[in-house]
Write a protein that binds this ligand. Structure first.
Ligand code: KG4
Length: 345
């Protein structure tokens, strides 16, 4: 009796959420605790790296304690002790360097003190694996779109751990474009949720914003031109004293993003011959984007797997899912491993 081994504690600190999760040998998340710093960054209109690092330093012990307590309660016992664990995992890349370092140093310290194996996880691989939370039977080959505040990627997943980047943004990330457009409209940070809420009340055909790189012949994206088109439209409307129709602007901007995202995803599916598509990252929570993919995949007989809404943003549960796979493969990191701000899948 007792928990199904291994028990792995995973930590996430790559941006502005401090997370800790415990996973068991069956892939069940016994606890998945997130402390968000978003309120501390909102007044600056974006994530301030030094504040992120400092808030991780403040939060990380409490988040881990809470996580060990919840995992223990789930097993019908008192708080888990570090000595009850079989490995410690952490996001080592990509992300804000100073933020990553906090989690990496903390996880290493715990692994070292307990003599436990140490596992480094790529954050993007975490977003990809979050899809397993909605579909335990998800198997490669597949194509995935990873869209967040820092990344915009189309990836061919030939097998878990065997990835080929098919295309990526040459400038801004999709989430970043949502955040910048929201800022231009004075809607605060983060912009994605508020833009998508307003867009639901607007007309997506009201304003013809550009579909950048739709016919570029490759699978790369560009978002900065769209952001500029929206901000200059806002400027011109203000200049002539016309009141802004914010829902129409939000809906038209969002539709321009969706059209290119979906078109390129369909091309990636064609090129690879994959029949499963999945989505990951904060922007994967966008209802219109999810609906557009659903319609496009249904029409082509492609299986669409989406992460649960609660698992789109940053959290340690997705890192724990990857860590369990690494544990089974016996792929561990040395205690000399370092954080990396940039890293491909
Ligand atoms: O994955 P995430 O939590 O953090 C990063 O690793 O970046 O993603 C955050 C990003 C932000 O840019 C936010 O505006 C965007 O995801 N986002 C959305 C929505 N919810 C969050 N973008 C569009 N529509 C949404 N509903």
């Amino acid at each position: 009796e007792g928990p199904v081994r291994p028990l792995i504690l995973a930590i996430e600190s790559s941006c502005d959420e401090t997370g800790a999760a415990v996973i068991d040998g069956e892939g069940t998340l016994l606890a998945d605790v997130v402390a968000s710093q978003v309120d501390f960054h909102a007044r600056f209109g974006g994530v301030v790296p030094e504040i992120a690092s400092r808030k991780h330093v403040e939060a990380i012990c409490g988040v881990c304690e809470e996580c060990l307590e919840q995992a223990g309660a789930r097993l019908g016992q008192g708080p888990l002790a570090w000595a009850d664990l079989d490995a410690v995992a952490v996001t080592y890349a990509p992300g804000l360097m100073g933020a990553l370092v906090v989690g990496v140093a903390f996880a290493k310290g715990a692994a070292w003190a307990q003599g436990l194996p140490f596992i480094g996880v790529n954050h993007l691989e975490g977003h990809l694996h979050a899809n397993k939370l909605g579909a335990a039977d998800l198997r490669p080959p597949l194509v995935a779109s990873l869209v967040s505040g820092g990344n915009t990627l189309l990836v061919e997943v030939r097998d878990w751990g065997d990835y080929r980047v098919l295309g990526e943004t040459i400038d801004d990330a999709v989430g970043e474009a949502f955040d910048k457009v929201a800022k231009a409209l004075g809607l605060g940070y983060p912009g994605g949720p508020v833009i998508s809420r307003l867009a639901a009340q607007g007309n997506p055909d009201a304003i013809a914003f550009p579909r950048a790189m739709l016919h570029s012949g490759n699978l790369d994206f560009s978002l900065s031109g769209l952001k500029t088109a929206v901000t200059s439209y806002i400027g011109k409307e203000r200049e002539v004293g016309r009141p802004l129709n914010v829902p129409d602007i939000a809906a038209s901007f969002q539709q321009a993003v969706i059209d290119v995202q979906v078109a390129k995803a369909l091309r990636a599916l064609e090129e690879t011959g994959a029949t499963t598509f999945c989505l990951g990252g904060g922007v994967a929570a966008n209802p219109a984007l999810r609906a557009a993919y659903q319609q496009a995949c249904d029409q082509r007989g492609v299986r669409l797997v989406l992460p649960p809404l609660s698992a789109c943003g940053d959290h340690a549960g997705m890192i724990a899912l990857v860590a369990l796979e690494r544990f089974r493969q016996g792929r561990f990191f040395g205690l000399d491993a370092d954080a990396q701000a940039r890293c491909d899948l």
